[in-house]
Structure formats: C-alpha cells, structure tokens
Ligand binder design. Structure first.
Ligand code: GLU
Length: 528
C-alpha cells in the first residue's frame, strides 16, 4: 500500500495546492452537520474545543459537514454562526471567517475525496459495491432473524452481495466501465481489534468483526461522513478531535481509515465527551418541552414544520452564564469554584479533568448561574439587553440614563433577563392596575387621611434624595400616629402596582415626585 504520510499536496477543484508547512500547532475543530437547532451538548463540544485551543495557543476551526444533501436544512448554517457569536466562541477558521485550509464546507470539497476512496480500493482496504436499494432491502429481509432484526452489510454477508469482492475482476471492470451506480465500502477486517487512547476514557478497543462495512463514497460521488471526517481532519492538520460520546461507535472505522490512509501516528488525539443527561436519560429536545426549559442555544424554528424550540438566549440567559454552566457540565477545576469567566475557564481548563460519566443537567442550577452573572454584570453591559426585554413587553419609551440608575437597584432580584420587565417597567410607565387586595384588608380612614396629607406634603416639600423623602414620610406618619411600617406597603403598591421592586423611596425619587403624586392619587381613587 502506498503511504500517504509524505503527501504534501492536495487537490482542490482540480488545482494542486501545497499544504501549509507542518508544525506542532494545536488545531481543533467543531464539525457540525447543519440540520437543525444547536443543542446545549453541541455548544459544550464547541466550548471544550475552544477552551483547549485558546489554552494551547492553537486554532479553533469550524467545518460544516454537509455531505448528506438529503438532510440540508435552509438557515441551519447561519443559525450555528449566530449561536457561536452570541456565546463568544468565534472560530479562527470557518466558511465565514476563511483560513488557509478551506474550503470549510464539505460539499465544496467534493472533488477531493474520491482519490482517497480509490486509494483504499487499490490497497485492498475497500471495495466497490453495486447493490441497488432493492437488493439491500432483500438482503435485510432474507437474513433477518429474531436475534438479528437488522442484519448489517459486513464480513459475514458481503460475499453474498454484488461487489468487487464477490464478482470477478472482469465483471467489476465491465460494470464500472458501463457507468453502473456504485458506492465504495470499507472492508472491515474479519478478526482483530482496533484500539486507540481517548483523552477522557483511556484505552478503548473494538472488535472489528462486529463493525459493518460502512459506505465511504456514495453513488453521487459525495463522501459519507466517515471518509470526509478523516480526510478533512488530515488535510486541515487537526491535532485533537473532541466530539460527543455518540460518535464513539464510529471511532473504529475512523481509526482504521487513518491507519490505512495517513498512518496511525498522524492521527489526532481523540476525546469523546460525556453525554448530557436530562431528567430521564440523554437530554433531548422533548425534555425541554416537557419540563419547560430550553435545550438549544438560541430559538430555532424548524423551516419544515414551523415548530419553534426555545433557546437559552431568548429565555433570558446571559452568554457568560451559559458558557459557565456548560463548562461545569462534565468538568471542574478540582476545587469547589463554580463561577468562571471565559478567560478564567481558558486558564483553568484541562481535558484530563473532563469526566467520562454522563453529566446531569439541572435547570435550577442553570438559573443559579444566570442569577450570579446578572449580579456580577455592570449596569452598562445590561442596558441594551434589558431595554430589549422591555420593548418586547411593549414599553418603548425607555430612557437609557434612567435605566442605568435603575439596573443596579434591581439586578440582584433578577434570575433571568425577562425578570427585569417586572422589576423595571414601572419606572417608565404608570401601573395599569394596582394590587388592591394587598392593601384593602388593612385599609382605613386614618390611612386614607395620611396619604391625602402625604400628597400635599410632597407637593410643598419636594424631597431631592431618598433619605430626605423617607424622613419626611416617617415624620408625617409619626404626626398621624401610624406606624410607618404599615404605610410603606401601600405606598409601594401605589407607586409600582404590586408588592415588588427595590427600596420604595429610591423608586419615588427616580420616577419623580410629580409622577409619584399622580400614582398615589390614582390608586387612592380606586381604594374608595
Ligand atoms: N458531523 C458530525 C456531527 O454532526 C461531527 C462528528 C465529529 O466531530 O467527528 O456531529
């Protein structure tokens, strides 16, 4: 077999392009198939790749794996980029960002793959298969047993099928020359084991006898994922391939392809990241709908069904909180520390500390992270996001200067960005309704008289700070012989509409005395 280790050129659209010089630079990749929403497990894969690359001073590549044209979903690629941008995990190289190893969309690399598949055939490691879909179906029917409900195309059956192993050389040649539709399949060894060292799981071995002869090159000339992932990881000089645990069963095929094509010594180091578990097994989109939490990074609308799946962004999460909580789903730094900024994660991250067992997603804990990050955030950094929430809720006259003063007063009370609506809306518009039930049970003529007098005193002694306003309120209460504690709740309800919000005299000063007086008056008329 010809060795490809020394292959210094690769072909793009018929051009011979020299490969960039060899180096020890760390290069990792996220290789999504753009088929729908980006699950939080997918974002965690991005995150671990990104953190590792940044820690090692390497490159983070995003490659679009779109070889299965039947699964093409319009908008899915842009959506992935939007999610990564929101998370602050922007690739160094991608179809959008360019780079020296492009194209970064597999569909645009189509002409590159056939030569590798043919090379494998020439070396006896793969073969042409001419079976029609009907013949494949007939095989499944013929060999299916209760113990083996879906027989595979593998070493036990391949000689019963129509391929270059079962046909004579001249029959194969004639079929190829006549342009017969065919695929190229890997010839899995009948015996032996394939093993590799996974950075998280250690030594992993597979019996080759139980793995089927996967298609490498499809009849339309497109590679399958298995061939494309290996060829591209090689051509893009990927040094570490981190992906979800669901890809572990495919690893023996990839390891063999590496060995056959490029030499096992050039293979990237693998790491298969633990599953993210929901309340019942692997966390799924359905869990999100069932339990009322998001599982996608951002809102995703399926273009076929119109079905909307909610995202963490729209639910009111900060990107800092989202990546922090994802980092801790399967990793910790060995201490009790839970709050990490992106830079702190880069400094602390190591693959050795990623667990192999499934990581349980806990939505209450996720919200805790968000609350902590909202508390940490500056008013300036929250303004535009809070404004967006208010606008969505119909409050459009938001004044940035006022909002900047309001946010520090209320942010400790907000777990999600959406909570800012209730906590800040009344600063910009008078309550539409008042929670009168909160006042009425203890309402009486004395209190009525107090508030009437309070209105007059506010009009004459216009307080200019919260401390003076509170002192004025208490003085009047003392003069009327009512405990101020009994009057503060009604005042709050009058100003904000309900039993919520920051300290009441701060509210009064920020909305303005005149505005406050109007609100007290309007509420009083409703209490009578
Ligand atoms: N295209 C695969 C996916 O959609 C990539 C798996 C890998 O990283 O090898 O997840």
């Amino acid at each position: 077999m010809r060795s490809f280790d020394a292959l210094r050129y690769h072909q793009i659209h018929g051009l011979i392009v020299p490969l960039p010089p060899m180096s020890n630079r760390v290069r990792v990749r996220f290789a999504p198939s753009p088929t729908g929403g980006l699950h939080l497990g997918g974002v965690r894969t991005v995150l671990y790749n990104y953190l590792f690359a940044k820690k090692m001073g390497g490159d983070f590549v995003l490659r679009i794996e779109d070889t299965d044209q039947t699964r093409f979903v319009p908008g899915a690629e842009d959506y992935i980029f939007n999610c990564l941008e929101w998370c602050g995990l922007v690739p160094d190289e991608s179809p959008k960002h360019g780079g020296a190893f492009g194209p970064y969309r597999q569909s645009e690399r189509k002409p590159m793959y056939r030569q590798y598949a043919e090379q494998l055939v020439a070396a006896g490691k793969a073969y042409y298969a001419f079976d029609t879909p009907e013949e494949l179906e007939a095989m499944r029917q013929q060999y299916k047993t209760p113990e083996l409900p879906s027989p595979q195309y593998d070493h036990t059956l391949r000689l019963n099928m129509r391929n270059s192993l079962s046909l004579s050389e001249s029959e194969t040649k004639a079929l190829l020359e006549s342009g017969a539709r065919h695929v190229i399949r890997i010839k899995m060894p009948e015996t032996g084991t394939v093993s590799f060292t996974d950075m998280i799981r250690g030594e992993v071995s597979f019996e080759t006898a139980v793995v089927d002869d996967k298609v490498l090159l499809k009849a339309d000339g497109m590679p399958t994922y298995h061939l494309a992932v290996v060829v591209d990881d090689y051509l893009m000089k990927i040094t570490h391939a981190f992906r979800g645990e669901e890809w572990l069963p495919s690893a023996p095929v990839h390891v063999l392809l590496w060995e056959y094509l490029f030499g096992k010594e050039n293979m990237p180091q693998w790491a298969h990241l633990p599953l993210i578990l929901g309340p019942s097994g692997k966390l799924s989109k359905r869990d999100g709908a069932k339990y009322g939490f998001p599982v996608f990074a951002m809102n995703w609308t399926d273009p076929k069904t119109g079905e909307l799946t909610e995202g963490f962004k729209e639910k009111g999460f900060l990107p800092e909180a989202f990546i922090n909580l994802l980092a801790l789903l399967g990793w910790n730094d060995g201490t009790e520390t839970e709050l990490f900024s992106k830079d702190e994660l880069i400094a602390a991250f190591s693959m050795e500390r990623v667990h192999s067992g499934g990581a349980k997603f806990d939505y209450e804990k996720a919200k805790w992270f968000n609350h902590e990050w909202i508390k940490k955030a500056s008013a300036e950094s929250l303004i535009s996001m809070v404004k967006e929430q208010l606008e969505k809720a119909g409050t459009t006259n938001v004044n940035n200067e006022l909002l900047n003063k309001v946010i520090p007063l209320v942010k400790d009370r907000c777990t999600l960005l959406t909570d800012f609506v209730q906590q800040t809306q009344f600063f910009f518009e008078s309550p539409k309704t008042w929670d009168l039930d909160a006042i009425k049970p203890k309402w009486n003529a004395d209190k009525q008289a107090f508030f009437e007098a309070y209105i007059e005193s506010l009009k004459t002694a216009h307080p200019t700070d919260a401390v003076t306003a509170e002192a004025q309120f208490k003085e009047l209460a003392a003069a009327k012989n009512i405990k101020p504690g009994e009057l503060q709740l009604p005042l709050r309800v009058m100003l904000v509409g309900g039993k919520f919000g920051p300290p009441v005299f701060d509210i009064l000063l920020l909305i303005g005395i005149e505005n406050g007086v109007e609100r007290i008056q309007s509420c009083l008329t409703q209490l009578n």
